[in-house]
Design a protein around this ligand. Structure first.
Ligand code: NOJ
Ligand code: CA
Length: 702
């Protein structure tokens, strides 16, 4: 039986190879370590294959679509192909590095379908992976394409280890699973575990980016780039063949995935390749595949920043978003509501004082505007007014106060996913922000989407998020979106789009089973590849029973690891999320959060293993100062790191914040040992990380 199958397979491969030869084209990356071949089989279906250092990374995989009117999966004929190279350096407005090399060879593979319409399959082949997209030029008699399925496949070359979250149409706020491809199955996410808004229809669906490790240690990631007018790319796994097939999130009409007017290009399907985990973190492939900046003029108003906020006190249950303090998110989840409305003038002043005293740029205020009374878990339109504060929030007084103290209030626009209502109010809301001296907004999309039937990751919402990025950009407003589709590198195109949540953030530690200690060791290799995350690190009081003896929730890290996250979880927007009083109790430890920058010229990955640990050093923008963060999962680990990156001839004052004696995320999270040493290039530092722990180091050039 097995022999017969192998024989048939060989026969098929042979027949395919003969037919494909005529149409086969290939293209290699600049150093030739990545090679792509594409050709048509005898049914006229396009197939591609990717190799990495001579070994198959993606085996022969199909390309194409199902559409309402055209057959775009077979019957193609090859028209022509074109190849060229590209090598350019560009400078991001902010980022992990100050310059990025965009260096690739491209192949445009031209096809004609049975009815004469043209499709190009466009490959960009880099030394660290491949981008591929479909391009539909203008075509006589074809104005619009109604896509019912994308058929792109990614045939893995083995049963790799995969880090994945379920293919939820509505949320990405999941704990990661680590399994072989053959064991991917999301059934348990629906059964034993639920988050507020989730829609998991198929246990064989996973979200992108999905990261995998092969037996030879090489890593491969499937992601997307430049998602602006299409449904998000999820993947359906075949556990037996180890093949992933594209699965687009449907629109309100379940049969329709995407509707596009011609000419149009799909988003890029990105395949990141690296010999090790560190290379995945260093890859700029997703950014490179995105369009250059679309914002015009002087962009100096876009400023990476650190902020504090009237926020964690609601999540731990000390205050409410709602002015009437009777019905809000906490009580709606079965907890008793606190009796204090957080966003009152006096309380906000306290945060402004704190921000000003310790050098923070912004103060986020949630629950400032009317609408919170009946917002959570309903499917209600016209909930919030984005230009109307609650009566105990004196916006005139606070605007003046913040200005005097040199900080800015960050607006909060929780839409409760009533999206048309937000779109109607957007311009008024942004004018209102400008009037009151605000230039940053955090948006939110908690709950089921209105219009009914649409999903957070569908084309309709994807377009909405981009409209908001463009509109805030036009109004000189920086954007931080919570509950959006996961990012795909669009912060290159809209650099005012500083961060997204789009994953399971710190807040889950306050009111749920939380985030396991490995969580922050997975995010940079998966979700954060698409763009910065507003994770909100910096929790010093990690035990929620401090606030209410009945609570069992804890943050699953040591305090030293909370510090290290400011370096390991890159974002140009970082919150110091804990309460001011918790910081004031530990000002020596807090000093690291005050010192750590949010914009960098250089980044070095010193060690990394997906799901286990990572150590990263970054050079502060425009200086010789370096900061280092090292984190581990539930295992205690010791590392030696050589400070090769420091500038030769300079002496640095290093302040090391490390897990104290017997620290452990669960049994002993608090002790942080702080020591000062002088270091120079080439010195070796020993790092000792507790279980769920970390080390954070600032190195100031003297
Ligand atoms: C969920 C967001 O992630 C969180 O940061 C926010 O506080 C609540 N929604 C309320 O808008
Ligand atoms: Ca959230």
């Amino acid at each position: 039986m097995k022999k017969q199958a192998i024989f048939l397979l060989l026969l098929w491969v042979h027949a395919y190879a003969l037919e494909a030869q005529k149409t086969m084209r290939s293209v290699s990356s600049p150093s030739k370590n990545v090679q792509v071949r594409i050709g048509l089989n005898k049914e006229g279906t396009p197939y591609y294959i990717v190799s990495y250092f001579g070994a198959t990374a993606i085996d022969w995989s199909k390309l194409g679509f199902n559409t309402k009117s055209l057959n775009l999966q077979s019957g193609f004929s090859f028209t022509k192909s074109a190849q060229k190279g590209h090598d350019e350096i560009w400078k991001p407005v902010w980022g992990e590095v100050d310059r990025i090399r965009d260096h690739y060879n491209e192949l445009i593979y031209g096809l004609k379908d049975r009815s004469g319409h043209l499709v190009n399959i466009h490959f960009k082949v880099y030394d660290d992976g491949v981008g591929l997209r479909y391009e539909f030029p203008k075509s006589e008699g074809l104005n619009e394409l109604v896509i019912t399925d994308e058929l792109t496949e990614f045939q893995m070359a083995g049963d790799h280890t995969a880090w994945w979250i379920p293919g939820d149409y509505d949320s990405n706020e999941h704990v990661y699973s680590t399994t072989k491809i053959s064991a991917i199955d999301a059934t348990w996410y629906n059964k034993e575990y639920a988050i507020a808004t989730q829609h998991i229809v198929d246990p064989k669906l996973v979200q992108t980016p999905i990261t995998m490790k092969m037996d030879n240690g090489h890593h491969i990631v499937i992601a997307e780039a430049g998602l602006t007018d299409f449904a998000a790319l999820h993947l359906r796994v075949d556990n037996t063949t180890h093949k992933f097939s594209a699965s687009l999130i449907p629109s309100a009409d379940p049969a329709v995935k995407s509707v596009n007017q011609l000419p149009f290009n799909t988003p890029w399907r990105a395949i990141l390749l690296s010999k090790d985990a560190a290379g995945i973190l260093e890859s700029k492939l997703i950014l490179n595949l995105n369009e250059p900046c679309k914002l015009e003029g002087d962009l100096s108003w876009i400023k990476p920043q650190k902020y504090v906020g009237v926020w964690w006190e609601m999540h731990v249950g000390l205050a409410t978003w709602d002015y009437e303090a009777t019905q809000d998110m906490m009580s709606a989840t079965g907890r008793k509501a606190a009796s204090k409305h957080g966003a009152n003038t006096e309380n906000v002043k306290r945060y402004i004082d704190f921000a000003s005293k310790y050098g923070f740029d912004g103060v986020l205020v949630e629950g400032w505007n009317v609408g919170w009374k009946d917002w959570f878990g309903k499917w209600k339109d016209e909930v919030f007014d984005f230009a109307k504060p609650y009566p105990d929030y004196d916006i005139d007084v606070l605007t003046k106060y913040a200005k005097e103290k040199g900080v800015r209030i960050i607006a909060h626009h929780e839409t409760s996913a009533a999206v048309p209502s937000y779109e109607r109010q957007m311009q008024t809301a942004y004018d209102y922000m400008r009037k009151y001296n605000m230039n940053s907004v955090k948006t939110g999309y908690v709950g089921k989407i209105i219009p009914k039937g649409e999903w957070h990751d569908g084309q309709w919402m994807v377009k909405h998020y981009v409209r908001v990025a463009a509109a805030t950009g036009k109004n000189k407003i920086m954007l931080d979106a919570h509950e959006p589709v996961r990012p795909s590198g669009l912060h290159r195109t809209y650099p005012n789009w500083m961060a997204c949540e789009a994953a399971r953030g710190q807040e889950f530690n306050a009111w749920s089973t939380g985030n396991p200690p490995e969580h922050e060791c997975i995010l940079p290799f998966t979700r954060i590849l698409g763009g910065p995350m507003d994770y909100t690190p910096g929790i010093f009081e990690t035990r929620m029973n401090t606030y209410d003896p009945a609570k069992k929730e804890v943050v699953h890290t040591t305090v030293a690891k909370q510090l290290a996250l400011y370096v390991t979880l890159y974002s140009p927007l970082q919150m110091a999320a804990d309460l001011p009083e918790n910081y004031e109790k530990r000002l020596d430890v807090f000093q690291f959060i005050r010192d750590v920058p949010v914009d960098w010229d250089q980044t070095k990955i010193l060690n990394a293993a997906v799901g286990d640990y990572m150590t990263v050093a970054r050079r502060q923008k425009g200086t010789h100062n370096w900061f280092l963060g090292s984190i581990t999962d539930e295992q205690a680990r010791n590392f030696s790191v050589r400070l090769d990156f420091l500038k030769a001839g300079k002496t640095y004052e290093a302040i090391i914040y490390e897990d104290g004696k017997d620290a452990h995320w669960e049994s002993n999270p608090y002790p942080v040992n702080i020591r000062k040493v002088k270091v120079k290039k080439g010195d070796v530092l020993k790092l000792q990380l507790a279980a769920g722990g970390g080390s954070a180091i600032s190195m100031k050039a003297l």
